[in-house]
Write a protein that binds this ligand. Structure first.
Ligand SMILES: Nc1ncnc2c1ncn2[C@@H]1O[C@H](COP(=O)(O)OP(=O)(O)O)[C@@H](O)[C@H]1O
Ligand SMILES: O=P(O)(O)OC[C@H](O)CO
Length: 495
């Protein structure tokens, strides 16, 4: 039987999805499981790696069973993941020695502040393309080594392995045979030199991380290993791995320099393909590998916002203002404006372009007649305003404004938000029929490695059906709203 399906595992912050694609890039089956969020202390966010592993196994098996595609029809697996989240496990048993410390976790803030005071940031940025922030994995890994009893000594003896979620899943899928990651995930650790494309000894010393704990680094399209036969009934090659935001760029077909995508999940991540040369940002954006195929790297400029859909989740789980994230669409439509309310969702600090790990969220302009609908609208608006800050920074770095933005992620299903985004950015917002572009991107990687497609030019064009939101707000209204946002941010940051 010809193998022409690819199974994508998308391990996100709030859920794990498994999506089976056929050779035309069409979704054949899909399974999803929510993930428990642990908040043990203020500013700390953790996941249970065991729960993550079980959710991956369950969703992968469900998607395959639902599709009816027999196992020999599956050519390969692609893994894409929430990036930066750090796991350390025992090489002998495969057991994590601590819960995974999630990308949103701020516990490394003091460590970063100390290094910044020692003037370390320019060197870190020059090598990694990142800024000194607890968002990245290095201080999370250092924290685990320093706080789990005996961890440092065991790491020095080579008994422990570190990885981002892709690496941990690969280890489990291959029964501990492979300890590896891909270049996009490696680049988010703050230990990887994106120019030399290797782990950096000086950075490892700076963060006190033994190099022996780090995984091997490969292209995104690479046969990383094969799954244990008893997991799915037959071994399946793992042919692609990529951080979820880079995978979304690929799945959105943003292969040409100048193309931009913005993904709205827990956070929002805007990536601009800048081609084969890394571009240094002068506006506090990140320089990051977008994909590496056959040893050739394409780079991106990235703006990272920590809270997008998470603000909507908070309205649901924290305040109980809505029963379902989708309710925000109708609530926002129900009121004429947000009634002068601005939400600055700095729940876990502010990311690009502010990089203020100690900032906390604020809602300004409340009056007694404010309703849940106004709050819901303010939450959606805050996501568009934050995206505006990113596109402004990006226009400054790239020298020209993007002509369109491709959106995806759970929150991109919200029509009201997409229209408001087009209005505030003053560019058309394009939404593909299939917003599972993250999964599709890594399915492309795995399909390229396993020979389903011969090269990027042979990938199916999945853009046949899409929605376009054109800007239609008056300039005066737009300026008025944006002035209010700038004022709200300044007040939140105490400026
Ligand atoms: N229709 C919607 N309107 C607004 N927010 C939404 C909508 N659907 C999902 N969300 C938000 O999007 C997030 C889920 O998107 P998803 O891409 O699955 O995130 P992740 O990959 O980070 O887990 C949740 O935070 C949820 O609150
Ligand atoms: O889980 P997501 O989709 O919000 O993505 C998380 C990012 O990869 C964090 O950098």
């Amino acid at each position: 039987m010809r193998s022409d399906h690819v199974l994508a595992i998308d391990q996100g912050t709030t859920s794990t999805r498994a999506v089976l694609f056929d050779a035309s890039g069409q979704k054949v089956a899909h399974a999803q499981r929510e993930l428990t969020q642990h908040y043990p202390r203020l500013g700390w966010v953790e996941h249970d790696p065991e729960e993550i592993w079980q959710s991956v196994l369950a969703t992968a098996r469900d998607a395959v069973a639902m599709s009816g595609v027999p196992m020999p029809g599956i050519a390969g697996i692609g893994i894409t993941n929430q990036r930066e989240t750090a796991v350390v496990w025992d090489r002998a048993t495969g057991q994590p020695i601590h819960r995974a410390i999630v990308w949103q976790d701020r516990r490394g803030a003091d460590h970063c502040a100390r290094l910044r005071a020692d003037s370390a940031e320019p060197l870190v940025t020059a090598k990694t393309g990142l800024l000194l922030d607890p968002y990245f994995s290095a201080t999370k890994l250092a924290w685990i080594l320093d706080h789990v009893e005996g961890a440092r000594e065991r790491a020095d003896r080579g008994e422990l392995a570190f990885g981002t979620i892709d690496s941990f899943l690969l280890w489990r899928l291959t029964g501990g045979a492979v300890h590896a990651t891909d270049v996009t995930n490696a680049s988010r650790t703050m230990l990887f030199d994106i120019h030399a494309q290797s782990w950096d000894a000086e950075l490892c010393r700076m963060f006190d991380v033994p190099e022996a704990i780090l995984p091997d680094v490969h292209d995104n399209c690479h046969i990383f290993g094969a799954t244990l036969s008893d997991l799915f009934g037959a071994p399946i090659p793992v042919g692609g791995m990529a951080g979820d935001q880079q995978a979304a760029l690929f799945g959105q077909g943003c292969f040409a320099p100048g193309m931009v995508k913005s993904t709205y999940g827990t956070g929002c991540f805007l990536l601009l393909n800048t081609g084969q040369e890394p571009i240094e940002s002068h506006n506090r954006l990140l320089t990051t590998p977008a994909y590496r195929i056959n040893g050739e790297t394409s780079y991106a400029l990235e703006g990272s916002i920590f809270v997008a859909g998470a603000a909507v989740k908070w309205l649901r789980d924290g305040l109980g203002v809505i029963a379902d994230a989708r309710d925000t669409d109708s609530l926002a439509t129900r009121v004429e404006s947000s009634h002068g309310i601005y939400m600055v969702p700095a729940f876990v600090g502010l990311g690009a372009p502010y990089w203020e790990p100690e900032a906390r969220g604020a809602i300004l302009g409340l009056t007694l007649d404010a309703t849940g609908a106004h709050l819901a609208r303010a939450a959606l608006e805050s996501v568009a305003y934050q995206t505006f800050d990113l596109t402004t920074a990006m226009t400054g770095d790239a020298g020209r404004k993007a002509t369109a933005i491709r959106v995806d992620g759970g929150m991109a299903g919200n029509d009201w938000m997409c229209q408001f985004l087009a209005d505030i950015l003053e560019v058309p917002v394009q939404r593909p029929a299939n917003v599972e572009t993250t999964a599709l991107g890594v399915a492309f990687h795995a399909g390229l490695a396993t020979g389903i497609w011969s090269g990027i030019e042979a990938l199916p064009n999945t853009w046949a059906r899409s929605d376009i939101f054109e800007p239609r707000m008056s300039e005066s209204e737009r300026s008025r709203l944006l002035d209010g946002w700038k004022d709200a941010v300044a007040r939140t940051l105490g400026r």
